[in-house]
Ligand binder design. Structure first.
Ligand SMILES: *Cc1c(COP(=O)(O)O)cnc(C)c1O
Length: 414
């Protein structure tokens, strides 16, 4: 069926949608109120290159220091550590590498299990797999869209047991080596409760903060709350270095080890090549770090613009029954990396209808990731009951959220 045909069919059928008198067309009308009318296509999340990117990259090229050693890498790491309120940041070539290395640093080994939400981007699960470990999937709550701490606490009382080398899953006999909360779409997880659980069981806590640069939990930056954290600077993230990532930690020994392992475990020396273990070539090139410095200078503006866009969405959707724009709990302040339209009831049909109508009208909207336990390679992994995750997957639609959309609005509105 042609797109236009499907669209008109969908528009006709709207009259009989289950959501009372509300139709996918109402969503389209709301998007047209919030987003610039003159543009033919509006991306889900595009980079904003509006600062000193060209200057710094040119300076980097002129210096000849384009690879993984150079002053922009050091500067970017210092800026990141300052922004995120941690002692150390170690830049990596992408967020997945940062997560992998964070798990290695945490001592995750082959045959271990890593606790993580099923509702996450696949990198979280893949990073555990690269260690030879098995992801163990946890449910989310509707309050945060992140790991449900109450459910996790009860679950661990049931399946976990403290043993000689840590804590073990009594059902599989494997060690529970790390807990990896992910701050979904920039909304911080309930970290106090998760820290309490990590302490109760003595499990390393690693934040997957790939989506939450600039977000805070009780006033503290996301990424500063666990033992380690991973950031991403992919093209669609809050700031971008083309591709890039970072490990954050307050532990100086860990940070030194992160640098060492990400630099092929080479022992620094003027002329000899000596390596003391199997390392990785995971460092961020200087040229990407140059871009990162320019991007990070603009972070406060990006976050303000994204929050202003979120407010506009929230206002515009308050009058539409059966759905709302998700806002996290009061103790958190999200960067609103991706704005989330949340249907009050799971409805795959209506979800698809909204996606069809909006995408065919030039608004790039998307489903949330398919939950990890539904993917073929992870379907046999251990997991708790995932009722809320299953429901949320059929309730969420991600809306266009680029900083530039909010920036234009705040200028127009001022
Ligand atoms: C983007 C992202 C990553 C991975 O980052 P890359 O830089 O793309 O490798 C990891 N976890 C989550 C939740 C992400 O959104």
């Amino acid at each position: 069926m042609a797109r236009s045909e499907l669209k008109s069919r969908v528009l006709q059928e709207n009259k009989s949608t289950k959501m009372g008198s509300v139709s996918a067309n109402d969503v389209l009308v709301a998007l047209r109120q919030v987003l610039p009318a003159e543009q033919e296509f509006i991306a889900l999340h595009e980079p904003l290159i509006a600062g000193r990117e060209w200057d710094y990259i040119k300076d980097c090229l002129d210096s000849g220091w384009v690879s993984s050693v150079g002053r922009y890498v050091d500067r970017f790491e210092d800026m990141l550590a300052g922004t995120c309120g941690v002692k150390h940041a170690v830049a990596t070539m992408n967020g997945t590498a940062a997560l992998h290395l964070a798990l290695v640093l945490a001592g995750v080994k082959a045959g271990d299990e890593v606790l993580m939400p099923s509702l996450t981007f696949i990198a979280t699960a893949n990073a555990a797999t690269y260690c030879g470990a098995v992801p163990h999937f946890l449910d989310c709550d509707e309050r945060s869209l992140c790991i449900d701490p109450a459910k996790l606490a009860a679950y661990l009382e049931e399946i976990a047991e403290t043993s000689g080398d840590g804590v073990c899953n009594i059902k599989t006999g494997r060690r529970l080596a790390a807990l990896v909360p992910m701050h979904t779409f920039g909304h911080p997880a309930d970290m106090d409760a998760l820290i309490e659980i990590a302490e109760r069981w003595n499990i390393v806590l690693i934040e997957d903060a790939a989506e939450s640069l600039g977000s805070t939990y009780k006033g503290k930056p996301a990424g500063s709350l666990g033992d380690l954290a991973a950031l991403s600077f992919n093209g669609n993230k809050i700031i971008t270095t083309g591709g890039g990532g970072a490990i954050l930690t307050n532990d100086t020994a860990m940070a030194d080890k992160a640098k060492h392992l990400s630099t092929t475990a080479k022992i620094p020396h003027k002329w000899s090549f000596d390596h003391d273990q199997v390392g990785y070539n995971y460092r961020l090139p200087n040229i990407n770090a140059a871009m990162g410095c320019a991007q990070l200078e603009q972070l406060p503006g990006f976050v303000a613009a994204k929050r202003s866009l979120a407010r506009r969405y929230q206002e515009q959707f308050t009058d539409i029954a059966g759905m709302r724009i998700f806002a996290g709990p009061e103790e958190t302040e999200s960067n609103y990396w991706l704005n989330t339209l949340l249907l009050e009831q799971p409805d795959r049909w209506f979800q698809d209808e909204i996606l069809e109508v909006t995408n065919s009208s030039g608004f790039m909207t998307r489903l949330i990731w398919k939950p990890m336990h539904r993917l073929p390679m992870y379907s046999d992994c251990p997991r708790m009951d995932l009722d809320t995750t299953e429901e949320l997957a059929d309730r969420i639609i991600c809306l266009p959220s680029s900083a530039v959309l909010g920036a234009e609005l705040s200028q127009a509105g001022s």
